[in-house]
Ligand binder design. Sequence first.
Ligand code: LMR
Length: 395
Amino acid sequence: MKIIEKQKEFSIMQLIDRYNNDERQNKLNLTVGVYTDQSGCCPILDSVREAEYYRAKNQISKATFSLTGASEYHEAVRNVLFPSMREYGIHHNIQVVQTLGASGALHLVSRLIKYNSPTARIWISTPTWENHPALLSDHSHNFGFYRYQPANQEELCLDSVLEDLHSASPGDFVLLQACCHNPTGMDPDLSQWNRLADFCAERRLIPLFDFAYQGFAHSIEQDAALFDIFRDRLDKFLICSSFSKNMGIYGERTGALTFVFRDEKELKDWINISKELIRSSYSTPPIHGSFIVSHIINDPIRFTNWQQELTGISKDLQRRRTMFFSELTKAGIIDRVLPYRKQNGMFLCLDLSQEKINSLRENHGIYFLNSGRISIASLSISNMPRFCEALKDVV
Ligand code: LMR
């Protein structure tokens, strides 16, 4: 329980409240991982607007009686998670359940684990997204932790991950972030994913993926490539995914829990229990976001248009990161604040003491997490020099 209490202190949501109550004109909010354009707005993508327009004109009913979501939505999720299977249509051992964002999927998994394997531990990285322990704590608070740290400026130290996971027992679950690790931005490369998949297979550990940033590291297809590796080696694994970030539909709470199981009977059991848990908590999932997603992904032209928009956003993030690095270099502090340089996605972690983070908040009105995590997706180019000046001041 302690870990949850500790993480609640100055959590993302609390910091947003504090930021909103701060009356300074030049305050800066770098807390949350949602893409904002240079004017500070989280834009609605054209492909999403078109889907909504189509929906408004053609929808004839808002009724829904499916516990796990529409089959079109399941197809869309499978197509983005396993793009290589798109042409073949082999989906027999993959089943999708619609959830309320990836958070809803993690929470559902936690309850499923409690039901199916009550003694199993869930292994999570340190550091990790602040909400992971709380979302997963339904399964009994039985956590293990593995270190997630850089080996050098360019590479994750996989040895310390594996060293810590040596203490895991067969049947334990390992929470892995498939790309754009939150909060560090540090991802395993494909050869490291291969080693991890071998390790999990050998020790009969069950990978549990959090996949909230698909498309932000490389592309929709490339970011999902690791699942083919795991599919070849593992009897089962689970993926908690979301369209909140890559379609900019955070408020529609549109995610999925995908089961990749070799054993059909076991898969069926997990799906049946999922249905019971869903029925007894929120009954049925919402339909608006899932319509947007399937309308876009299941049509090749709309899918291409969306990918182009997403590529634009992801390039913008890369550009911001490069500019931020060069501002830090100009200020002469890059080596003092940035231990790791090869990041993906929306986040990076600055190496700053709590005192310095507090000083940035109090004296400069700059808000980011106590872990040192900043969201580059909220840092506009025009704000960079000011942010670097403030950093230089506290460093
Ligand atoms: C984040 O880590 O900032 C995002 O995942 C948003 C959230 O809900 O915390």
